[in-house]
Design a protein around this ligand. Structure first.
Ligand SMILES: Cc1ncc(COP(=O)(O)O)c(C=O)c1O
Length: 444
């Protein structure tokens, strides 16, 4: 092994603490295990403890850690090439653009690659403005999350009061752009207490009123996560998304699906197909690079795309290595992994639902593929959130050898979003550890 790598890998706790004094990390909950090595759905920490990772590391490692096929194409590709600047073409970029276009809904055929999710949302915003030059303001949903760049931070709930105390993005208000928000249909909480159909209609009415009366000039676009992941895995109802599509057409604005978290994880390549609603622009990120950094937008044929005169240029926006791994991941998704995601997701969802009798504190289970959120409440009727207990369940999970995700605007949603390659035995292990953690916190 390279002596420098050996030196790094053998750092002890004291040395890590010393180095840590020089490190700034601007987000996420730190303090968990120091990760050292992973294989499949499992990861080991610096002390050798083993965990099943139900976060897929920011929901991004669809094929798990150190997948053999991914590692093989990385090894083969780096023999000839790693970094290539955006203006230079490569065969793999041609290939991946065509591949994504062939998978996307019919009229979405042009792909622009970029460096990360936030910049990809911004790229979509640029396309909107190009096509609606007089427009300025974007619409997004309550509790949405679209990134923390200065261009997207204003669209993310971490900038609002719902984050608890105006933390995160609200500190940068002088530099972030304002977004106009419309109510999100949270059909579990449904604050008006009306039936679901009426509630969805009310949300659409508010969307219409806002497009009509709440925006100076033309609306530049409506940006929406079809499943609001960071908000707490809220699966938006199909009639709501259909309604938004109709409103965007009526008000001649563009519908942008932020599919950064839904791509393939919901058991369909695109949320557009899952819901049967076609947006004008799809935004991709996280897993799309097959475990390496990559993001992209896919744009409708009827829109004007980017021109070459420096509208969208990033040094690392054409990472050939991530494109190779992204292409390989899609091949594996098409050859069984997507089907596995559907099957295992259904199984975990059903099993957790069956635990609701034993634990009435499981207020709601929201599952689409392996995109699973479990909302914890004091009692099913009152639905009071229990964030402290949810954090305790997450922490118990770590002690029991499972890393669960935590989120939701009320911090009471536990997330089970493992790599899509998870097998039956591993699903049962996850469920055992989940049950054990819930029991330890809520029954002991
Ligand atoms: C739906 C959605 N949009 C945008 C982003 C931002 O992506 P990135 O963290 O790669 O900038 C995220 C990240 O969690 C996300 O979940």
């Amino acid at each position: 092994m390279d002596p420098l790598l050996q030196q790094i890998y053998s750092m002890d706790k004291a040395r890590m603490e010393q180095c840590g004094k020089h490190l700034m990390v601007g987000g996420g909950t730190r303090g968990g295990p120091v990760l050292q090595r992973g294989k499949g759905v499992r990861v080991w920490d610096a002390d050798g403890r083993e965990y099943i990772d139900c976060t897929s590391q920011g929901w991004a490692l669809y094929l798990g850690y150190a997948h053999d096929d991914i590692n093989r194409v990385i090894r083969e590709h780096i023999e000839s090439m790693t970094h290539v600047h955006q203006p230079f073409d490569t065969k793999v970029r041609f290939y991946l653009a065509e591949k994504l276009a062939s998978l996307a809904p019919d009229n979405l055929n042009r792909v622009s690659f970029t460096v990360g999710g936030g910049p990809a949302v911004e790229a979509a915003m640029k396309i909107c403005i190009k096509n609606l030059p007089a427009a300025r303001d974007f619409v997004c949903l309550y509790d949405s999350y679209h990134g923390t760049t200065l261009g997207t931070m204003g669209a993310s709930w971490v900038s609002t009061r719902s984050s608890g105390k105006y933390v995160g993005g609200s500190r940068f208000l002088p530099l972030t752009r304002p977004f106009i928000r419309i109510p999100n249909p949270d059909t579990y909480r449904n604050p008006f207490g009306v039936d679901t159909e009426t509630y969805i209609d009310m949300c659409l009415t508010m969307a219409r009123e806002t497009l009509e009366r709440g925006i100076a000039g033309k609306p530049a676009g409506v940006i929406v996560e079809p499943i609001q992941a960071s908000a707490g895995q809220l699966i938006l109802p199909k009639p709501y998304l259909e309604g938004l599509r109709r409103l965007c057409d009526e008000y001649q604005t563009l519908l942008v699906f932020d599919e950064i978290q839904t791509f393939a994880r919901i058991g369909e390549m695109f949320a557009a197909d899952y819901f049967g609603v076609t947006p004008d622009i799809i935004v991709l990120g996280k897993a799309i690079g097959g475990s390496l950094p990559l993001a992209a937008i896919i744009v409708s044929d009827r829109l004007e795309g980017f021109a070459g005169d420096v509208e969208e240029l990033h040094t690392f926006a054409s990472p050939t290595l991530s494109m190779v791994t992204g292409a390989k991941m899609i091949e594996l998704l098409e050859n069984g992994v997507l089907e596995n995601c559907r099957r295992r997701g259904r199984y975990i969802g059903d099993q957790v639902r069956s635990m609701m009798a034993e634990f009435p504190e499981i207020g709601d289970v929201r599952q689409a593929g392996l995109h699973i959120g479990i909302e914890f409440v004091k009692d099913p009727a009152g639905k009071q959130p229990i964030p402290a207990e949810t954090v305790a369940i997450r922490d118990a999970g770590v002690r029991n050898g499972a890393i669960f995700g935590l989120g939701g605007v009320r911090r009471n949603v536990l997330k089970i979003k493992p790599p899509l390659i998870i097998n039956q035995q591993e699903c049962d292990e996850v469920l055992d550890k989940f049950r054990q953690s819930v029991r330890q916190v809520l029954r002991q």
